[in-house]
Write a protein that binds this ligand. Structure first.
Ligand code: BG6
Ligand code: MG
Length: 218
């Protein structure tokens, strides 16, 4: 078998933390006197904390001082971490461990490529950190998805060429980043949102061993 690189996004792919990001941002927007929709929220997925807040403030036609901006970032993250601290391994999305174990048993490279600065703490909470050979997260990159930096670094970290990597992503920005890195992009979520991906599945229960073998041997 060849050795390919399998790069996993975290939020919305391994765990459903996308719902906690949404709740925390929504509460923050509401406290500033406006709201945003779940459709707008798709634009926040995969996007860094700073860029997310910029978008939200623009939707609310609100501008704040640099000091207030930092305060709002801290407020959001504090609320978000309250959700995270309650997490355990029951929140790992269905069949993610099956796929991770299969890849490991078959000597494939496995790394994380996430925009989150909370990635390690989440992986520890759900007890899955040891399944990754390398972690590249929001602390390691300077350019947010759709820039390919996070995935290129995640490939380098496991010593696999970008064209031999496969990315699992739930966000539009992340699929675009994978495509920009010349990797195979696998969208996890709805066809309507993720149509730029090479393959799309609702979740990992739809990803068969045959399909993984095909990715490895292609
Ligand atoms: C991404 C999420 O994985 O991480 C975004 O999809 C989030 O919604 C981004 O804004 C940054 O996360 P954090 O945990 O550093 O605020
Ligand atoms: Mg995601």
């Amino acid at each position: 078998m060849k050795r390919k690189g399998f790069i996993f996004d975290l939020d919305g792919v391994i765990v459903d933390t996308a719902k906690y990001h949404f709740l925390a941002w929504k509460n923050l927007a509401n406290s500033l006197g406006f709201d945003f929709t779940e459709i707008q929220n798709e634009q926040l997925k995969g996007v860094s904390r700073v860029e997310s807040l910029k978008k939200i403030l623009a939707w609310g036609e609100t501008s704040v001082s640099e000091e207030k901006f930092q305060e709002l970032m801290t407020l959001k993250n504090t609320e978000y971490l309250e959700f995270i601290n309650k997490m355990d391994d029951s929140e790992i999305l269905p069949d993610v461990p099956r796929v991770l174990d299969y890849l490991k048993d078959n000597n494939q490279g496995v790394s994380l490529g996430s925009a989150s600065k909370n990635a390690r703490i989440i992986l520890e909470k759900v007890n899955i950190l040891s399944k990754f050979e390398a972690i590249v997260d929001g602390n390691d990159v300077s350019k947010a998805k759709p820039d390919p930096e996070v995935f290129l670094n995640a490939a380098t970290a496991i010593n696999v060429k970008p064209e031999d990597c496969i990315v699992f992503e739930d966000s539009v920005a992340g699929v675009q980043a994978a495509n920009a890195a010349h990797m195979i992009s696998i969208g996890i979520g709805s066809q309507d949102v993720l149509h730029e991906a090479d393959y799309i599945f609702n979740d990992f229960t739809e990803i068969s061993t045959e399909f993984i073998n095909k990715l490895i041997n292609n």
